[in-house]
Write a protein that binds this ligand. Structure first.
Ligand code: WT7
Length: 660
């Protein structure tokens, strides 16, 4: 192990600096009722493929598969020869079993309008939309771009595509016309489904003008189907544009589905790489649906008759695909869908929604949890959150302190937390506690779920022993794995299968603690090299967030003549802590990091800022902070959620020189 105090380097690809000794086992009552019990690990291990076949049998197939897996690395085919329809699994089978009256979505618009949509209603809506798509010439295999606010029609549009075998490509509604056009072009979409606009931050925003702007470019889009959401004035091209309500509402609500090959493409979803051209990650049907439904069942412990489940992700992200649309609907869950922002019209809006619908399972991102911490405890405390029984986190490492806050303030010390690691590419959860089994540790995703294999390795692909850091790899194929990068086979092989020949590696660093639990350590590209020590951004950030004054932190390695790189930290303070120059506080924070994880990780410089640069999905863009830390002009910031943030940060810095 490394010894920060003497400066000896461990030689690990990433150092293991932090220690966490807290454990939180599930309560006996939770464990007793859990969907997944501890025997599931051994059961899956005994015969992995038979295990996945069992999970696949939970779905409705028109024809069973002949071969469970054909694996020619890096190409996988799952449930080969099977025939299946995604929308039948999400909807028809519940209605056929007499569950048509169950609520599928409690929709809450940002202005406060609400809709309650049952499974029977969803099926009718999807059937109508499927007829409409067919009527305008969409066929199986055609690509459809969906550019929508977070409203039920977004899910209806996705399922209608799936129903007729068309491939959806959802483009997050916050993306620009340029981003939309490049995705339309890359997938060669034939149709765009959009809305006039949606509601965010207390106002109507427009979407249709961005579609009009995008379609000035080169493309093969024939029609644009437009949902009326806001009623705002909308420019119209009558050769091309069709109102959703005019075309869809009058269609028959009965639709006979066709069944597609298990490996039929279901969707493309672009990962917004922070620099390179986005990659069209594409997923197929049978394996994807199997793992989405299975993980939703065992990780979220869903009890469809009782639970009210709320995943706060937008359908524009993979989380919205797997854990709003496919997983929960296949499992017959009742969900909350919210259109707007968390602070509209007040900072307690989301807690108000939890109380209003009696939400039992909440799945959200560390960025939001830390934002709630920053706003202060009075907002969650003003609402009755006692319906909650399980909490989930996804998207970034969750700092132990944020984890504890989530547990105490949101979960009243009463809810298991599942920190779920996965990616757009993996399609579904890969590493997570099982809530009724795992004794969790704040900040750790713990271990691969039953059926999945994840290993932490060194530079030569050898597994690292406990107590060491390295690269997180997935060494066995899994049902919901990406099947490729749309139209870019070389890029698929190069990006994911070349760092370690024939093994999947997608860029995350991780460590095993002394008990073998997995800790995600951020992207390996962000790892800092300080005097030969390879230090993860995550560990230093977590050490900072463990100070009572800090809500959020981002650290980067900036060029340093003495040490190679020096650690520069940007911190946001918690609600109630004054943002003043605070030289004292900066000193205290540096000492705090030294105490928590060692002198080698002590930041060279700490700057108190009001905001951090984040992507639209909430990930911190450390690359831009590195530009600031190295006194460079800030690079490509087009994927920033808030374009003003970098200006604010740079301005703030001129007035705070904290080095001592
Ligand atoms: C990357 C994937 C998976 C849905 C949302 C993000 C990071 C994701 C965790 C977690 C630490 C996490 C990784 C991963 N990440 N979940 N629980 N702990 N890091 O999907 O946009 O494809 O991003 O998000 O770096 O590689 P995505």
């Amino acid at each position: 192990m490394s010894n920060p105090s003497t400066g000896d380097s461990s030689g690990d690809s990433i150092e293991n600096l932090s220690q966490e000794n807290r454990h939180f086992p599930p309560s006996p009552a939770f464990a007793a009722q859990a969907n997944a019990k501890s025997d599931l690990y051994a059961h899956a291990e005994k015969d992995r493929l038979a295990f996945w076949e069992e999970q696949a049998r939970e779905l409705t197939w028109d024809k069973s598969w002949e071969t469970v897996l054909e694996w020619n690395s890096p190409y996988a085919k799952w449930f080969v020869g099977g025939k299946i329809n995604a929308s039948v699994n999400a909807l028809d089978r519940h209605v056929a079993a007499g569950r048509g009256d169950r609520v599928a979505f409690h929709f809450e618009g940002e202005p406060g309008d609400t809709r309650t949509i049952t499974y029977a209603q969803m099926l009718a809506d999807v059937s109508k939309a499927a007829h409409a798509l067919t009527q305008i010439g969409i066929k199986a295999g055609d690509r459809v771009a969906i550019y929508m606010p977070m409203i039920p029609e977004a899910a209806v549009a996705m399922l209608a595509c799936a129903r007729i075998g068309a491939v959806h490509s959802v483009v997050f509604g916050g993306f620009s016309a340029d981003a939309l056009l490049s995705r339309i072009q890359d997938a060669d979409a034939k149709l765009v489904i959009t809305a006039d606009g949606g509601f965010r931050k207390g106002a109507a925003f427009a979407l249709k003008p961005a579609v009009d702007e995008a379609l000035k470019g080169k493309h093969n889009v024939e029609k644009v189907l437009v949902v009326k959401r806001t009623g705002q004035e909308t420019a119209w091209n009558s050769d091309r544009d069709i109102w959703w309500h005019e075309l869809v509402d009058s269609q028959s609500s009965e639709h006979t589905p066709e069944f597609f090959d298990s490996e039929h493409p279901l969707f493309i979803l672009y990962t917004s790489g922070t620099t390179a051209k986005p990659k069209g990650i594409f997923h197929t049907t049978g394996g994807y649906l199997t793992q989405a439904a299975y993980t939703h069942r065992v990780v979220f412990d869903i009890k469809p008759e009782k639970d009210v489940y709320w995943c706060t992700a937008d359908v524009g992200w993979i989380t919205g695909h797997s854990y709003v649309v496919y997983g929960p609907l296949i499992n017959g869950a009742t969900q909350v869908m919210y259109e707007g922002t968390p602070d509209t019209p007040h900072k307690g809006r989301m807690f108000e929604i939890v109380a209003k619908y009696g939400v039992t399972i909440l799945y959200t991102a560390p960025t939001l949890i830390r934002t709630w911490m920053k706003w202060g405890d009075e907002f969650p405390k003003a609402h009755k959150l006692s319906s909650l029984r399980l909490l989930g986190s996804v998207g970034e490492p969750i700092n132990p302190e944020a984890w504890m806050w989530y547990r105490e303030v949101i979960g009243a010390n009463n809810c298991p937390i599942v920190d779920t690691w996965w990616q757009t590419e993996t399609g579904a959860i890969m590493i997570s506690p099982l809530p009724g089994v795992t004794s969790t540790k704040p900040g750790s995703a713990m271990k691969a779920i039953p059926g999945i294999s994840a290993v932490v390795v060194d530079d030569n692909a050898n597994p690292v022993p406990n107590g060491h850091g390295g690269f997180l790899i997935l060494d066995k194929p899994w049902p919901s794995m990406l099947r490729g990068v749309w139209g870019e086979d070389e890029r698929y092989k190069e990006t994911y299968w070349s760092r370690f020949k024939g093994i999947y590696f997608a860029g995350d660093g991780a460590k095993l603690d002394d008990e073998g639990a997995i800790w995600l350590m951020g992207r390996v590209d962000d790892v800092m090299n300080v005097s030969g020590h390879r230090i993860s951004t995550t560990e230093v950030e977590s050490a900072l967030v463990s100070h009572e004054a800090v809500a959020e932190a981002a650290v980067v390695g900036a060029a340093d003549e003495m040490t190679g790189q020096g650690i520069v930290a940007f911190v946001i303070l918690r609600g109630g802590i004054p943002h003043a120059g605070g030289e004292e506080l900066v000193k205290e924070l540096r000492a705090h990091v030294t105490k928590e994880i060692g002198a080698i990780a002590r930041p060279r410089q700490i700057m108190v800022v009001a905001e951090l640069p984040k992507t639209r999905s909430g990930k911190i863009m450390r690359r831009l902070l590195k530009d600031v830390a190295e006194n460079r002009a800030v690079g490509d910031a087009t994927t920033l959620a808030d374009p003003n943030v970098m200006k604010l940060i740079s301005e703030g810095l001129n007035s705070s020189k904290d080095e001592d």
